[in-house]
Design a protein around this ligand. Structure first.
Ligand code: SF4
Ligand code: SF4
Length: 229
């Protein structure tokens, strides 16, 4: 006989349902089951605890943790040169900035820099593309807003001194730089804001053409996989 698909399926709670287990007399009384549950709860009071009394006790995440993205403040000023790469890479378009220039020495910096934390998905792409190690993922995970406007973090709220981000910066040095190869080996002393100064001081001895060649070689080389260590 052809099955009528329109017909409702058997309700498992219906007493006619054939797979329903028959309860014993004691189970039908419910009391033994209640005491079993209470006994289990009582035993757990003496078991080792894995929970924390948040917010009095706070979890300190490992450096691999991706919390709220922040801007690195280096010697009282932001490392960011407002290149816009992070904003381009950000999948939910959470970052916006307005670039400006200092006069002496001539340097680009972000006059405004905002991250809309309602949009941010903590993917870390901004951190990966930043050529200045100017935006990194922090350990900050308990973020509360009272309004939508409150969720838009401006530059003042984003800037964190590099000393407070040491663990993450060290982590990036160890893993990210190796992953991207020699060309991307970030050296703190090279973190000079203007491209002109960088060319003068970086002193790699490579012309632009050589750099591109080097980059091609790096791209072709098999990346060392630090993630499986
Ligand atoms: S972590 Fe991802 S979503 Fe958040 S600002 Fe960075 S790129 Fe955008
Ligand atoms: S944070 Fe980095 S990627 Fe983003 S604008 Fe600044 S320098 Fe460029």
């Amino acid at each position: 006989m052809q099955k009528n698909l329109e017909q409702p399926v058997a309700n498992p709670l219906n007493e006619d349902y054939k797979r329903e287990r028959k309860l014993s007399f004691l189970e039908n009384l419910y009391l033994p089951e209640i005491f079993k549950g209470l006994w289990y709860t009582f035993k757990q009071m003496f078991a080792p605890t894995f929970t924390m009394n948040y917010p009095e006790e706070k979890w300190d995440p490992p450096s691999i943790f991706r919390g709220r993205p922040v801007l690195v403040e280096d010697a009282g000023q932001e490392r960011c040169v407002a290149c816009g790469l992070c904003a381009r890479a950000c999948p939910p378009l959470a970052i916006s900035m307005q670039a400006s220039e200092n006069e002496d020495p001539k340097e680009r910096y972000p006059e405004q820099f905002e991250i809309n934390m309602l949009r941010c998905i903590y993917c870390g792409f901004c951190e990966e593309v930043c050529p200045e190690e100017a935006i990194v993922m922090s350990k900050d995970y308990d973020i509360v807003f009272e309004s939508r406007e409150d969720a838009v973090y401006d530059k003042n709220r984003l800037l964190v001194p590099k000393e407070d981000l040491k663990e993450r910066l060290d982590y990036l040095k160890e893993y990210r730089n190796n992953q991207f190869g020699q060309f991307w080996d970030f050296q703190e002393e090279n973190n000079i804001h203007s491209v002109r100064d960088r060319d003068r001081d970086w002193n790699t001895g490579l012309s632009l053409v050589d750099m591109l060649e080097q980059q091609k070689k790096n791209d072709a080389a098999k990346a060392s996989n630090n993630w499986s260590v």
